[in-house]
Design a protein around this ligand. Structure first.
Ligand code: AGP
Length: 614
């Protein structure tokens, strides 16, 4: 999820573009760059790894190019490490076309191979660069028509902006499954990945639809579909202030990131499911031979990522048949774990900088075990020090409380478990394709849950004066209960505890008293019939002792209805995938309770987004 800005008008383009990038820096900040169509007929491309400040310093050291047309980009790396060379914009062989991109081009490898076979020289590791060379190949048709032709050959999710010396008064944009919005000015026009890019100049916006190309001139905006036919757009007035614009109109980054989960889940699946439904995780860099030789997996992580690991265990053992342990990173190396060359350590970390997790990686590698990192930040320390990496594609997660990263960690771990099953033959191709097909339905299932959370918000506000909430779950619902409790602790500063529901009778049931709110994550009544029956009994037990039962249950689960004071419905999904839908109400619950208490939702007290100390 990168920041994108385009400008055509009367101002110095570099000032408008860099100002816009500054407002979008939260969307991605491992490198940035600009492309300016100079009034002197030159194409000026400047780009730098690191924060936007590095680009500003570079531009300040250069004589300003007189340009009133330009594009800019802040990158959140997906393909290719965050280096100067991989920073956007990318250009064609002749340096006459420059392109910036947000998203993932699934079929870039085959496109790149054909371009190189046709003699093109590509300089970066990115998927984006292929677009500049593809535009070069049909440049004679004009930039907009060339963009339409190229977009028809691309698969995946993309927002693209391009400029060309052949048409110095235009910026051409295109979008599929990735945001792009037009800012309409007076004698000037803007493009942005969201309105924050241009809100300093205009509040008149045009929302672009799926599979559309926009030709932006200072006094004319033309929008077509990918085949050149005029396309419908929606004009609207932006009434957010600049700060709200950076949050996409949400009050908090956390709410924005909760809402981004369907896209994040879809992006994490992109490019990893082959044509016949089998998996292609070649970026993982562990050979099939190595994976077949693994006789134990230890998942190591902290906090929310640890909860993702607890769920991963069920998938790895159930689908791949590999013994799997899950360890807290802060405990792992101090217990002298038995590690061999055939032990695969899977570390899960959103930031890639958590010191506890990094020290676990170093310990494992000293013991000659191979390490696979599941990480959301391309080029961060943990993946750099691991043998292999599978990146989640959640985009930058700004709020301290992890939400979209957690769901994408689950997806990545499901993919690892399925890939192990595929390679080791513990599941047939049809079985894997069937599970993968259900996984690809999950973005819409998460979207469905997001549409029903208003009652959850209301419930949360009603509990603002409570001192404690308990969370119960069984099977994969147990780690979900732990995650719900952690969210409440870190956001509402309330005591909250997650339990395996079967443990109630071994002590915790003594905590139950009149009016105590207890959230219960009910397993699937079909996929987990036995544990479902048991949790219904658990709900009766705690209700009989006065608990206020809040039950998260699948559509159609009628057994829980008589015992639920509040019933929160989620779509029926395969049992192992239920955490993807059951976690979302708990995220919203904690966020709303924190807001009701007047807490800083995005920056809770005492916490940091990345804990880089042990
Ligand atoms: C989750 O909401 C917390 N912010 C925290 O527990 C976090 O998951 C933990 O610190 C691990 O961070 P990481 O995924 O970046 O390694």
């Amino acid at each position: 999820m990168c920041g994108i800005v385009g400008y055509v008008g009367r101002r110095q383009a570099v000032e408008v573009v860099v100002e816009g990038l500054g407002r979008l820096e939260y969307r991605g900040y491992d490198s940035s760059g600009v492309a300016l169509v100079g009034l002197d007929g030159r194409l000026g491309v400047e780009k730098r790894a690191g924060k936007l400040a590095n680009l500003r310093a570079l531009l300040a050291a250069r004589p300003t190019m007189e340009a009133t047309v330009g594009v800019g980009h802040t990158r959140w790396a997906t393909h290719g490490a965050p280096t100067d060379r991989n920073a956007h914009p990318h250009t064609d062989c002749h340096g006459r076309i420059a392109v910036i991109h947000n998203g993932i081009i699934e079929n870039f490898a085959e496109l790149r191979a054909k371009l190189e076979a046709d003699g093109h020289k590509l300089a970066s590791e990115t998927d984006t660069e292929v677009v500049a060379h593809l535009l070069e190949e049909c440049a004679e048709e004009g930039l907009a028509e060339a963009m339409r032709r190229v977009c028809r050959t691309l698969k995946g999710a993309f927002t693209l902006l391009a400029v060309s010396l052949d048409e110095p008064d235009v910026v051409v944009g295109a979008r599929r499954n990735s945001p792009l919005v037009v800012g309409r000015g007076e004698g000037e026009n803007f493009l942005g990945s969201d309105v924050a890019a241009f809100i300093a100049y205009t509040r008149e916006a045009i929302e672009l639809g799926q599979d559309q190309v926009v030709e932006l001139r200072a006094s004319k905006i033309t929008v077509t579909d990918f085949h050149g036919a005029p396309a419908p757009t929606r004009d609207y007035h932006v009434d957010w202030d600049a700060s709200a614009a950076e949050k996409g109109g949400y009050d908090y980054f956390m709410l924005k990131e909760i809402a981004e989960q369907p896209r994040a889940v879809a992006d994490t699946l992109l490019g990893r499911v082959g044509p016949e439904g089998l998996l292609t995780l070649d970026e993982m860099r562990l050979s099939d031979e190595e994976l077949r030789g693994i006789n134990k997996i230890i998942v190591v992580a902290c906090g929310t990522s640890y909860h993702a690991g607890l769920i991963a265990k069920y998938a790895i053992e159930h689908w791949a048949g590999v013994p799997c342990e899950v360890e807290l990173a802060s405990e792992f190396r101090y217990r002298d774990p038995i590690l061999t060359r055939d032990t695969l350590i899977v570390v899960i970390t959103q930031s890639g900088e958590t010191m506890d997790t990094l020290m676990a990686v170093r310990h494992a590698r000293e013991q000659r075990s191979r390490v696979l990192a599941v990480c959301n930040v391309n080029g961060s320390t943990v993946p750099r020090e691991s043998d292999a990496v599978l990146y989640t594609h959640a985009g930058p997660e700004i709020a301290v409380a992890s939400t979209k990263a957690f769901l994408t960690q689950l997806v990545a771990c499901y993919l690892v478990a399925l890939y192990l099953a595929q390679v080791r033959g513990t599941k047939s191709g049809d079985e894997i394709a069937g599970i993968v097909a259900r996984l690809t339905e999950m973005p819409s299932k998460v979207e469905e849950v997001l549409g029903t959370v208003e009652p959850v918000r209301k419930l949360a506000r009603s509990l603002a004066d409570e001192r404690c909430v308990l969370f119960l779950g069984r099977h994969v619902g147990f780690p979900v209960a732990l995650e719900g409790a952690l969210k409440l602790k870190e956001l509402a500063y309330m005591h909250a505890e997650g339990f395996a529901a079967g443990e109630l009778k071994h002590g915790p049931i003594a905590l139950i008293e009149e009016g105590l709110p207890v959230v219960v994550v009910a397993p699937s009544p079909t996929g987990q019939r036995v544990t479902h029956e048991k949790i219904v009994s658990n709900i009766q037990e705690i209700r009989a002792r006065g608990a206020k039962t809040i039950v998260i249950a699948e559509e159609g689960d009628t057994a829980v209805e008589p015992y639920a004071d509040t019933l929160i419905r989620v779509p029926a999904v395969p049992a192992l995938l239920q955490p993807l839908v059951a976690t979302v109400p708990l995220q919203v619950f904690a966020c709303e309770l924190a807001a009701a208490k007047g807490h800083d939702v995005d920056q809770p007290r005492n916490l940091a987004k990345s804990v880089t100390v042990e």
